[in-house]
Design a protein around this ligand. Sequence first.
Ligand code: SF4
Ligand code: SF4
Length: 437
Amino acid sequence: MPDTLLPSPLPSSFDENHPPSTEIIDKCVHCGFCLPVCPTYVLWNEEMDSPRGRIYLMKLAAEGGASLNSQWVSHFDSCLGCMACTTACPSGVDYGKLIEATRAQIERHHPRSFGERIHRRFLFAVFTRPDRLRLLRWPLLAYQKSGLQSLIRGAGLTRLFSRRMRSMESLMPRLQANEPVPEVTPAIGQKRLRAGLLLGCVQREFFSQVNAATVRVLAAEGCEVVAPEAQPCCGALMVHAGEEEGALALARTTIDVFERANVEVIVANAAGCGSNVKEYGHLLRDDPDYAGRAKAFAAKCRDITEILTELPPRAPRNPLPLRVAFHDSCHLQHAQGVRSQPRQLLSNIPGLELTEIPEGAICCGSAGIYNLVQPEAANALGDRKAQLIVPLKANVVATGNPGCILQLQSSLARLGQSTRVLHTIQLLDASIRGAKL
Ligand code: SF4
Ligand code: SF4
C-alpha cells in the first residue's frame, strides 16, 4: 500500500518536553514479575494499578489512544514511586524515569480540582521551606505540650477534621528540643575527608537530632563536616510529584551552595533527598550552564551508610543491648540500591541483635507526600507494615528516612504500640558515645 493511504497515527497525548521514553516503555515484556512487590497491586489487585498496567497506560497515551483525563491520572496518582518494580524487573525497565516524566506531563496538562491545587500548593510552600517549617514549630509545640493533642486524640475529635488534616495530625512528630549543627565541624584526630552534609527540610526542623548524630559520627570517623546554612530544599518532593520547574530551580541553588563549600563528598541522611541528588545529572541535562556541574555534583553524593562502610571504622563501638528491626526505605533500597550497608553498620555494634521485617521490598506508605495526598492507601500500607513488625518484639525499629520514621511511628501507634523508631545513625552515634537509648 502506498504510504499516502496509511492512516495517519493519532497525535500523542504527551507534549514534546521529555515525554515518557518509548524506548523504556518498549522494554516491558509484560512478564508480571513486578506485580507481587507493587504495593498498590498488593492492596487492590487491579492491573491498572500495577507497574505493568501503568506502563501500558503510558503507551496508550503516547500513541494517542488515551487522554490525560481524571481516570487515567488516578492510576499515576496512586503510584507511590517506590521503585520496587525497578528492582524486581528482569528486563531492566527503568520505571523511575517513566513515572517522573509522566508526572511532569500530568502537572502540565491535567487540570486538578481547586481543592487539590490548594492542598498541593500548601504542601510545597511549607515542606520545601525550612524557614516556614521552623515557624510551625511553636504552634505545634504548644499543641503538644499543652495537652491539647492528647485531649483531642483521646476524645476521638480528630474524626471531625477533614481527611487531609486528620492524616497530617496523625503524622505529626513528637517535637524535641532543636539541635542545630554548626556550619563547620572539625574532624576528630587526623582528617580523612571533607564532607558536605545535606540537612534536608523536615529533617532539619523536626529531626535535628538525626543531623546532630550524623555530624558527631562523621567527625568521630575522621571527617570534617560542612553543613552550609544557605542550602535550600534539594527538590526531592517536587521532582517526585512532577513539579519540574520548582525542582530545577532548587537543584541549581543546591549545586551553587555546595560548589562554594568545596567538599570531597556530599552526604545525605534522608533517603528521599539522597536518591534525588544522585539524579541531578539527569534532571539538569538540558541546562547548558549546569549539565556538567550537576553530573559532577551527583558523582559526589552518598548515603551516610555508604560513606561509613567505605571508611574503615576508627571510633570504638560500645555495646547496645537492643533487638532492632531494620526497615528498608524504598528510596534507599530500590532507588539507590543501598541494602547491605546499614545492616553491616548495625551488625557491627556489640550486643545489638538485628532482625528482618517480612515483605521488606514493600513500601510502608510514606513515599514523599503520598501519605498526605493518598491517606487511605498510605494507612493501609502502614497498618500492614506495623502488623509485620509487632510479632518481632523489637525494642527499636531502625530506618534511613524521616518520612518512614513518621509513617512507622504513626502506624505502630494505631496498633497501640510505642516501639521507638530511630534513624540508623542514631544507633551508631549512641554506640560510639556509649550513651543509653
Ligand atoms: S517485571 Fe518489568 S518487564 Fe515484567 S511486567 Fe514488570 S516492568 Fe514489565
Ligand atoms: S513505583 Fe511502586 S507503586 Fe509505583 S508501580 Fe512501581 S512498585 Fe507500584
